[in-house]
Design a protein around this ligand. Structure first.
Ligand code: ADP
Ligand code: MG
Length: 703
């Protein structure tokens, strides 16, 4: 980009957005499509050919050679298969560029290799991708050229969801319908839509590619499986919000430009707490679009890193001993005419609609705490949640002083009569402007925090799609709204019924509210007293998907049926098993082929030194002590790798995925830890020159 080009020039230049649609589509077709995008009418297949022709014209003008149905199967990654626009050559040898309505609407990837959790047998390979016109098509430019990407949903032959997008769209419709019911209760007759919005803050690590390539653990598993702490970690907090180094600055600049072109509104960037850790946040968007934006963002972070001799690690815990990475899912519900259901307004105590919404959200989160926890379950996140750097594996809600006080008033006197006010911030310096503070301070340790006009779910893993956690938030909110409306719509006296319902919900569900330090041991004990679920690992969390409570709710709102939920649980177990298996095998490989040989070599060197010192008539006391220590640890490591090999070989003999997952958790993980301990201590004793891979210090301080 020329320096003089502004963001305004490049933003969205590769997106088939509303402006481009108006330009390329006949007016009547544009209005028809607009109706579908706004959810007012099903797509008329008859206009698909015209739309496809317009997209093709635009894409080819932009230099696109291929198109792809871009989708998000349950692998955790996005998937795509490229087709060029070429037609078969004509008699004179020339070709045309073709892209029909059918090409736009429907794709049929051979779906047998995507996880289905038993929904389809492999001989039933049919799966369909279907155009999602609510998320705009875009062109991605990379080494493969310019590719027209068409966001699609991915379903099986029988219509079961095999992806992240389908349930997300279903859950958006569910919460919209119930939220509209709630709004009507308060006399709102004008809002036509309620849109869940999401802003996903993305954390990541950047390291040098050369060094990355020397670490088998990073290559195969995305995290380090060994590594002693360097003398300095993150204790000085000097990286957080620190000035960007030039190399990182150049990287962020290219990332931003590429994202802007694809219409992703990258907004905030800064260094994070851990050395080599950074964060990027976009401006929020409609949940479905935001989920796509986040996928584009993760891909772009990785691609640009590769181009600049860096590697972007999106793993939740690439390095032990320093903070890991998460993704904050900022979530709100807004009407098409601009009413944010989570906005308390200036006088929250009088805003009964807000109080009902708040009471419903507390009920929803309390009732489905296990499901919300599950929505953040992934293998990497197990190393992060509850490790004093991220929320614990216990769900609670932080509301802040002002709302806590409102609930106090309602529960003690039956009514809220006033709201705590915000105050001026006085710095005591004349030249600094005083301003109004927010009414409430933040709480960084809460997994589900109210932040003024949105809730921030802070548990999600850095690699995960934000789709699933959004599906859960949308659906549990839909259920709570529906339950409240079922009561209030029937009430003879709305005011009294509302008054009683608020008292009932707040008193029953206040136990989910916690304002203290979520990282503390006391909270874990307190949560047990309150009866809140604590699900420390992914294997503990997965069953939440298939409880009666979960199945009943998801079926009621047509987000998942039971078969889909069971298949998702199955996929979760499978994913867990595969990930731990790869980690264990990688550890064994590194130990046997790299670490043990290096240490054995070093003991040989030490022995010869000891011999020659003795021959010279001196006492090699230090050398002998070192050799003794190293030999003892070598012995321990050798014993530990033998045990790890044994349990890793045993795991696959367990037929059932759930049982196997527990075996990996209870036996393989501890065996991995038992191997890591002596190896990390060896790293501290052995000559750096002979250690077979870059150290933590090399990786995170020398980017
Ligand atoms: P905060 O200072 O409250 O953390 P930021 O402005 O840093 O807020 O926002 C964090 C993320 O939340 C950003 O991605 C932002 O776009 C998003 N966000 C802001 N307002 C909303 C909202 N009403 N709904 C959803 N996301 C929002
Ligand atoms: Mg945040």
């Amino acid at each position: 980009m020329e320096n003089k080009q502004s963001i305004m020039d490049i933003f969205g230049m590769n997106v088939f957005n509303d402006k481009v649609m108006r330009q390329y589509l006949p007016k009547n077709i544009y209005y028809e499509l607009r109706k579908t995008i706004d959810g007012r009418k099903e797509l008329d297949p008859a206009i698909a050919d015209v739309i496809a022709a317009a997209i093709r014209k635009w894409a080819i003008e932009k230099g696109a050679t291929h198109y792809t149905h871009w989708f998000q199967p349950l692998t955790g990654f996005t998937a795509e298969k490229h087709d060029s626009f070429l037609t078969p050559p004509r008699e004179d040898g020339s070709v045309l560029m073709e892209f029909s309505g059918k090409d736009l609407i429907k794709g049929e990837p051979d779906a047998s290799s995507f996880p289905s959790g038993g929904l389809r047998a492999t001989f039933e390979a049919r799966g369909y991708t279907t155009w999602d016109c609510t998320s705009p098509a875009f062109i991605r430019e990379d080494a493969a050229g310019a590719i027209l990407c068409i966001p699609t949903a991915f379903c099986s032959f029988t219509g079961e969801a095999l992806d992240q997008k389908t349930p997300l769209l279903r859950s958006m419709a569910a919460v919209e319908e119930q939220a509209l019911r709630l709004l009507r209760l308060f006399g709102n007759t004008t809002s036509r839509k309620v849109i869940p919005s999401v802003g996903a803050e993305q954390e990541y690590f950047l390291i040098d590619r050369e060094k990355y390539l020397q670490r088998k653990d990073l290559i195969y598993t995305g995290r380090t499986l060994f590594g002693a702490m360097p003398p300095k970690g993150q204790e000085l907090d000097d990286h957080y919000f620190g000035t960007l180094r030039q190399r990182i600055g150049a990287y962020m600049r290219q990332v931003n430009e590429e994202l802007w072109k694809m219409g992703v509104p990258a907004k905030t960037q800064h260094n994070e707490v851990a050395p080599a850790q950074h964060e990027l946040a976009p401006i929020y968007a409609e949940a479905n679009v935001a989920a796509d934006h986040n996928q584009i963002m993760m891909q772009t972070l990785k691609r640009v890193a590769a181009q600049q001799g860096l590697v972007c690690l999106l793993h939740e815990k690439p390095f032990a001993g320093v903070n890991g990475s998460g993704k904050h899912n900022n979530w709100s519900l807004t009407t098409d005419d601009g009413i944010n259901l989570f906005d308390p307004g200036k006088r929250p105590h009088e805003n009964r609609q807000f109080l009902l919404v708040l009471a419903c959200i507390l009920k929803a989160v309390d009732t489905h705490a296990d499901l919300l926890r599950e929505s953040a379950a992934n293998v990497g996140n197990d190393h992060r949640l509850g490790a004093h750097e991220a929320p614990p594996a216990i769900i609670s809600v932080f509301l802040g002083e002002q709302l806590d006080d409102l609930i106090d008033q309602i529960l003690s006197t039956g009514d809220a009569t006033h709201s705590l006010k915000s105050h001026h911030l006085y710095t005591g310096v004349k030249t600094l402007p005083d301003f109004m503070k927010d009414a409430t301070d933040r709480n960084r340790t809460s997994p589900f925090a109210f932040t003024g006009n949105k809730f921030e779910f802070r548990m999600v893993g850095s690699r995960d799609s934000i789709a699933h956690s959004t599906v859960v938030m949308n659906t549990i909110a839909a259920e709570a709204f529906a339950d409240a409306c079922d009561i209030l719509e029937k009430a003879d006296d709305f005011e009294t019924a509302l008054h009683d319902l608020l008292i009932q919900y707040f008193s029953e569900h206040r136990k989910i509210v916690f304002s203290g330090n979520g990282y503390s041991e006391e909270w874990v004990a307190e949560a047990v007293r309150r009866g809140l679920p604590n699900l420390p690992s992914m294997v503990d969390a997965i069953p939440a998907l298939v409880t009666d409570k979960s199945i009943t709710m998801f079926e009621r709102f047509h987000v998942f049926d039971e078969a889909e939920l069971r298949s998702r649980a199955e996929i979760q177990y499978e994913t867990y098993n595969k990930a731990i298996n790869i980690e264990a095998l990688t550890m064994i490989d590194m130990t046997v082929k790299q670490i043990l040989p290096a240490v054995i070599g070093y003991t040989g060197t030490l022995s010869s030194i000891i011999q020659s010192v003795k021959a010279a008539g001196a006492t090699p006391a230090v050398q002998s002590e070192l050799l003794r220590d190293i030999s003892a640890l070598l012995n321990e490591a050798n014993g530990a790798v033998r045990i790890l090999k044994k349990v890793t070989a045993e795991a696959p003999t367990i037929e059932d995925n759930e049982t196997r997952a527990h075996f990996y958790h209870d036996y393989v993980l501890p065996a991995m830890e038992a191997l890591r301990r002596p190896v990390d201590r060896l790293e501290m004793l052995v000559d750096k020159e002979v250690w077979p891979m870059p150290s933590y210090g090399d990786l995170i301080f020398e980017v």
